[in-house]
Design a protein around this ligand. Structure first.
Ligand SMILES: *Cc1c(COP(=O)(O)O)cnc(C)c1O
Length: 366
C-alpha cells in the first residue's frame, strides 16, 4: 500500500525528546507522527497516511461513540545493540487484530498493511525508540467505526490508526510481586461474548472490578469464569501461569483458551520458551480451591502474569471475599525470574532465538 507522508513541522526538539525518554513512564507521551488508513464499503482500505500526531475531528453521531465498535493491539519496538529496531512477533498482533475485527463485525486489514504501517511510522519516528534496553517504544494500532448515524448495525466506514508512546522499565525498582483480588461479583467475559477480542468494551466492563480490587488493597483483579465463578481465567489485562513442583522438576500450567480468555502472544511465547528451557507445560483448568490448596501444600511454588506491557509479573498474594493466602511467601520465584530474563533477552536482541520471533522494522544504519 502507498502511504502519503506529511512530515511534522513541529517535531519535539532533540533535547526535549531525550528528557522524555529518560523517564517515559507508560502511555504518557506520544511521538511526532501517527498513521491513519480509511475504510469504506466502496473503496475498501484507502488513503493511507503518515501525519503529524494530533487531534482528530469526530461527528457527535459517530457510531463508535454510541455502539462501541473499537478494537486495538499493543506491541513494542526495541532498539537492539546493533542499532536496528525490531518488533516481537508483530504478525501475531496483525492476525489477532483481524480476529478481533471479525468478532466486532468490522473489516479486516491485510496483515502486511498492519506491519507496513508500523514500519512507516518507525521510519519517521525512529529516534523515539529508546537506546536503553529495559525501555521500548510501545505501539498502539487501533480501529473504530466512523460512519455517522444512530441505526444499530455494523458501520460501513472505519478508521485504522497507529500511535506510538515511549515506555520505561515496567519495574524501575526491580520485580515486586503484585497482590490480586478474586472478582466473584463481576466477570470480564463469557464464552460467546467478546473475551477473545481485544476491544475497548472489555476494558470498560473491567474497570469497576479493578476499582473494587484497589478498595481491597490489591494491585490487580483476577477474573473467574462467568458460569461457575470457579475457574481461573486472567489477571487484569494479562494471562496467568502457575508453576508446579513435580517429581521430575517443574510444570507450568496456564488456563486453556476457552473462548472467554484473551489469547496473549506473551502467553503463547512462554508455552514455547518454557519447553525450550526444559519445563513441562500444560494448558488446563485450575479452580480457586486448587490454587489455594496448591499454595498451602507447596505444590504450587510460583504464580506469574504475562503480557506485552510488563512482560512477566510475579503474583505474591491472593485475596477474596472468603479470605486470602500468599504465593511463594510473597517473593519473586526463581523460575518466574528466569523466564522473564530469557524472554526479555530475546525481545531486546541480547539472546538469539531459533524461533522466527524477531521482525526487523528498521535496519541498523538508520
Ligand atoms: C492484551 C491482553 C493480554 C496479553 O496479550 P499479549 O499479546 O501477551 O500482550 C491478556 N489479557 C487481556 C485481557 C489483554 O487485553
Amino acid at each position: 500500500m502507498e502511504f502519503l507522508v506529511t512530515r511534522s513541522t513541529k517535531t519535539k526538539a532533540a533535547q526535549e525528546r531525550e528528557l522524555i525518554l529518560e523517564n517515559p513512564g507508560f502511555g504518557r507521551s506520544f511521538t511526532d507522527h501517527m498513521v491513519i488508513i480509511e475504510f469504506d464499503q466502496a473503496q475498501g482500505w484507502h488513503n493511507a497516511q503518515v501525519l503529524p500526531y494530533g487531534e482528530i475531528k469526530l461527528d457527535p453521531a459517530n457510531m463508535a461513540l454510541h455502539y462501541g465498535q473499537q478494537i486495538f493491539e499493543g506491541l513494542k519496538a526495541y532498539r537492539h545493540q546493533d542499532g536496528s529496531i525490531n518488533a516481537f512477533r508483530p504478525q501475531q498482533n496483525a492476525a489477532r487484530f483481524n480476529r478481533s475485527a471479525k468478532r466486532l463485525a468490522m473489516p479486516e486489514l491485510p496483515e502486511e498493511v498492519f506491519v507496513q504501517a508500523i514500519k512507516e511510522l518507525i521510519k519517521v519516528d525512529s529516534e523515539w525508540v529508546p537506546l536503553d534496553k529495559e525501555k521500548s517504544l510501545y505501539l498502539r494500532p487501533f480501529m473504530f467505526a466512523t460512519e455517522v448515524g444512530l441505526g444499530v448495525r455494523p458501520a460501513n466506514k472505519y478508521l485504522f490508526m497507529l500511535i506510538a508512546s515511549p515506555a520505561g522499565a515496567y519495574f524501575p525498582k526491580g520485580l515486586k510481586p503484585v497482590s490480586v483480588w478474586l472478582s466473584e461479583e463481576y466477570v470480564r467475559a463469557a464464552v460467546g461474548g467478546t473475551g477473545e477480542a481485544k476491544c475497548a468494551g472489555n476494558y470498560a466492563a473491567s474497570l469497576i472490578a479493578q476499582a473494587q480490587a484497589a478498595t481491597q488493597g490489591c494491585d490487580q483483579v483476577v477474573w473467574l469464569d462467568a458460569q461457575e465463578r470457579r475457574w481461573i481465567e486472567e489477571m487484569g489485562g494479562m494471562n496467568l501461569y502457575f508453576v508446579y513442583k513435580t517429581p521430575n522438576g517443574h510444570k507450568l500450567l496456564t488456563p486453556k483458551l476457552t473462548g472467554s480468555l484473551l489469547p496473549g502472544i506473551t502467553r503463547d511465547s512462554i508455552l514455547t520458551l518454557a519447553k525450550d528451557l526444559g519445563f513441562e507445560v500444560e494448558e488446563g483448568r485450575l479452580s480457586v480451591e486448587d490454587w489455594r490448596k496448591g499454595c498451602e501444600s507447596g505444590e504450587i511454588e510460583e504464580v506469574f502474569a504475562c503480557g506485552t506491557a510488563a512482560v512477566i509479573t510475579p503474583v505474591g498474594e491472593v485475596k477474596s471475599a472468603s479470605g486470602g493466602w500468599l504465593v511463594n511467601k510473597n517473593e519473586t520465584g526463581s523460575i518466574t525470574a528466569k523466564l522473564r530474563e530469557n524472554l526479555l533477552a530475546i525481545q531486546t536482541g541480547d539472546a538469539p532465538t531459533r524461533h522466527e520471533w524477531i521482525y526487523e522494522l528498521a535496519p541498523k544504519n538508520r
